[in-house]
Design a protein around this ligand. Sequence first.
Ligand SMILES: Cc1cc2nc3c(=O)[nH]c(=O)nc-3n(C[C@H](O)[C@H](O)[C@H](O)COP(=O)(O)O)c2cc1C
Ligand code: SF4
Ligand code: SF4
Length: 302
Amino acid sequence: MDSRIGLETVGVQAPAGLFEVVMKSVIYYFTGTGNSLAAAKKVAASLGDTEIVPIAAFRDATGEISPDAERVGIACPVYFSGLPAMAASFAERLDLAKADYVFSIVTHGGGGGSAALRQLDGILKDKARRGLDAGFAVSMPGNYILMYASPAGEKRDRLLAAADADLEAIAGRIRQGERVTLPNSPVARLVKAIMYPRFRSRVQGEDRKFTVSEKCTSCGTCAAACPAGNIEMVGGRPVWNHRCELCCGCIHLCPVEAIQAGKATEGRQRYRNPDLTVADMEAQARTEPHEKNQVTGPADGS
Ligand SMILES: Cc1cc2nc3c(=O)[nH]c(=O)nc-3n(C[C@H](O)[C@H](O)[C@H](O)COP(=O)(O)O)c2cc1C
Ligand code: SF4
Ligand code: SF4
């Protein structure tokens, strides 16, 4: 682990095949419950010479983001068949002039990955004048606890084992620099067209549904892990400040299940990707931009 906060360097050398070139890579990630970070880590371990950088590290600044790497990846969850708001804003700021190969891995609980990848491709083509060379959607345990309980036990383990196999194959394709046509689904496009604009227009205030119960032990995990910096501890209790991404991390990561979003979430299965610790989840919320992936241009609009 690199000593710089929020940044991890995976130093495992990739097994280079005849047509494989070991390139310097960076994977930017956004995660609520760890699936997308776990996916980024697995691919990074296979690629070698890869930095893993939280998208949240850039949230409080403005200006272009110039990755110092030949191969650039973006890993994040699918929200309402589209991108998390923070990932979309991040993509709009990327300067990919130096990148030889750009890929994305989106994780989802059942569908919509193709529409999210196409959204990202469109943003990059528009803002960075080059789209994705490859995009992959990986099915993992769903975490939208406001609507359903996350899978547990054998079902969860089966899903994660299948995701691991998918990620291994995906890493091989990325190592070989394969150009991959993005998946396309008219159903996902339709669902996105109906659901996503509403999600984006309301997302920041969705935390108004959140409450904290007497079970709270004032441990501060929810505040420390929030990728949006949206939670303040006041009098030993979390207070939400309406800059929410709806990642559901605070609800899932609370060790005593003290956070609810109405009656529906009471007793619902919580989830954290089992390959990650709470400390991993807290690391993305610290916001020092990485020195090699400098933010350039005007800071904070000045
Ligand atoms: C607000 C929200 C919306 C979601 N929308 C979708 C969706 O449209 N399709 C889907 O398959 N999964 C959806 N999910 C599930 C996540 O995409 C999935 O669990 C993902 O792997 C979580 O990644 P993370 O652990 O990195 O946060 C949604 C989750 C949240 C919190
Ligand atoms: S307040 Fe909770 S749901 Fe909203 S961004 Fe922070 S951790 Fe995610
Ligand atoms: S994570 Fe749970 S117990 Fe800890 S401060 Fe937040 S609400 Fe309280």
